[in-house]
Ligand binder design. Structure first.
Ligand code: HEM
Length: 125
């Protein structure tokens, strides 16, 4: 697969991941029952696995790696923050206020990741 195709998969999965996370957050705030459906719980793992595999493919294809290139280190650390905040928001947050705060913070971190990806800078703003 060439770089352009890998990037299409990568950015496509990122967009689907964001849409799904946004929807599940709204479902969490409204207490919607569809959140507990089997495919709603499994699909994010499929999308996020593809996102990470395409990230690894892009690292190899472009010869840029975390802990070598600062912007990719920032992206990787921000991704860990996004995962922690996301699981607080959707699964482990003890109160509704904390879940809401974690959800909004996770969305902000996602925005940071995209800005870092596009500018290839640790401080993109
Ligand atoms: C939520 C997670 C992520 C999002 C939203 C995201 C988003 C993006 C976007 C939008 C691009 C295209 C940038 C452009 O060419 O203008 C990109 C490229 C790329 N991403 Fe990600 N990414 C994510 C996670 C990761 C992770 C964890 C890694 C590896 C540590 C990674 C590695 C790369 C690489 C190597 C490129 C290609 C850069 C280049 O063409 O020079 N991404 N990403």
């Amino acid at each position: 697969m060439d770089i352009a195709a890998l990037k299409l998969v990568h950015v496509g999965c990122a967009a689907i991941s964001l849409a799904g996370f946004t929807a599940r957050g709204l479902g969490m705030l409204r207490g919607s029952a569809w959140r507990r459906r089997r495919w709603v719980r499994i699909a994010p793992h499929v999308v996020d696995t593809l996102l990470l595999l395409s990230a690894i493919g892009l690292m190899v294809a472009t010869g840029q790696y975390p802990f070598v290139h600062a912007w990719l280190t920032a992206k990787l650390l921000a991704l860990i923050g996004y995962i922690v905040l996301g699981s607080l928001a959707l699964n482990y947050g003890p109160t509704r206020t904390l879940r809401l705060g974690a959800w909004l913070a996770a969305l902000a971190v996602f925005g940071y990741i995209v800005a870092v990806a596009v500018t290839r800078r640790v401080v993109p703003f």
